[in-house]
Design a protein around this ligand. Sequence first.
Ligand code: E4P
Length: 233
Amino acid sequence: MKLFLDTADINEIRTVARWGVLDGVTTNPTLFARTSGMTYDEVLAEICTITSGPVSAEVIAEDVDGMLKEGRHFARIADNIVVKVPMSETGLEAISRFAADGIRTNCTLIFSANQGLLAAKAGASLLSPFVGRLDDINEDGMIVIRELADIIRFHEYDSEVLAASVRHPRHVTDAALAGAHVATLPYKVFQQMVHHPLTDKGIAQFRKDWEAAREALAAKRPSGSAKKGRAKS
Ligand code: E4P
């Protein structure tokens, strides 16, 4: 399963890339609005120097010609740009036109398996059901992930299901078990996945025991040989 970072924050992207677990990045206008000092084009270009995985760049236009113009512009920024297009009648048309031109797309704002099926048929590379926003309105976002992943596999579409609007680590586990090909996570969720109270406690205990053992050995061997590291057996 691939893990994308859901952010436009360059420092967060650099950090997760250093961990060796970053497969791509998704951005949207809200995430871009949280950055400062750079244009959207500059942010996208910088992200594409950090990862060679897919980097989603979202169109703002709501008409087909406008979406095509913005998407073609994004696609010229770097080879790994994927044009993010909202689910709509004009969005589907734009996705099919991008597919004919060989430009990859991420169909965003998907809230039902049927919307995902339409996007797959139109030729979207990535299908993004929003899990958290469905949970927010007392629905079960993971049902859409599971149904869509089954449809894609059963009918052998080339599209990949991307679990978006992820709110917590349990969403990641559930999306993986439901057959999502990708999940895109906020930086905070990546951090939450790394940590476990017993892991953190275990690291602290090992450090404490190691120091105690060194001090005990140093007390027995005042020459200082034990201070340099592990004692030879
Ligand atoms: C990613 O592609 C989506 O835009 C993002 O996951 C939406 O997340 P939100 O529902 O937390 O805004």
